[in-house]
Design a protein around this ligand. Structure first.
Ligand SMILES: [Zn+2]
Length: 138
C-alpha cells in the first residue's frame, strides 16, 4: 500500500517549496512539494537496499539543482536507464531519475531541510528487485 501524501512529519509541516542538500553542502536542490511528500518508500533493488534511503517522488519539473551541478556525479547500472545522482565530495545520494517512471525524480527524504525522515514509520518497500523491466518474456 503506498503512503498517502505526507503534509507533515512529526510536528513539522512540509512546505510547498523546500530545499534539500547533501552532507557537505556543495549540492542544493529546490523541490516543489505542493501535495507534500508523495509516494514515500524504500526499495529492495540491488542499489537501494545498500543505500537504505527513504525516497519521495516529484515530476521532473518539480526538482531543480540550484547549487553544485558540477559536484554531482551520476551512477548507472544494469539497464543503464535510471540516473542515480550523488555528491562527488561527500558521497550522499540526493536524487535519481527513475527508469520505471522517467518523467519523475526520486529524492532522498533525509536531505530535506528541517524534515526528520527518521520519524517515518512503516515505510512501504517497492519491489525493485523484481522490476518489470528485468522480466523476460517466457
Ligand atoms: Zn556533498
Amino acid at each position: 500500500m503506498p503512503l498517502p501524501p505526507l503534509r507533515s512529519i512529526g510536528s513539522v509541516a512540509v512546505p510547498s517549496r523546500l530545499k534539500a542538500s547533501c552532507h557537505c553542502g556543495a549540492v542544493v536542490l529546490e523541490l516543489d512539494l505542493p501535495e507534500g511528500i508523495v509516494d514515500a518508500r524504500r526499495c529492495n533493488c540491488s542499489m537501494c537496499r545498500r543505500k537504505g534511503a527513504i525516497m519521495g517522488a516529484v515530476p521532473l519539473e518539480g526538482l531543480r539543482v540550484v547549487q553544485g551541478q558540477e559536484a554531482l556525479s551520476v551512477y548507472r547500472f544494469n539497464s543503464m536507464t535510471a540516473e542515480h545522482y550523488f555528491c562527488s565530495r561527500c558521497g550522499i545520494y540526493t536524487h535519481h531519475r527513475r527508469r520505471s517512471k522517467p518523467n519523475q525524480f526520486g529524492y532522498n527524504l533525509a536531505c530535506l531541510e528541517g524534515i526528520d525522515a527518521t520519524l517515518l514509520q512503516d515505510v512501504p518497500v517497492s519491489d525493485g528487485i523484481n522490476h518489470m523491466a528485468d522480466r523476460r518474456a517466457p
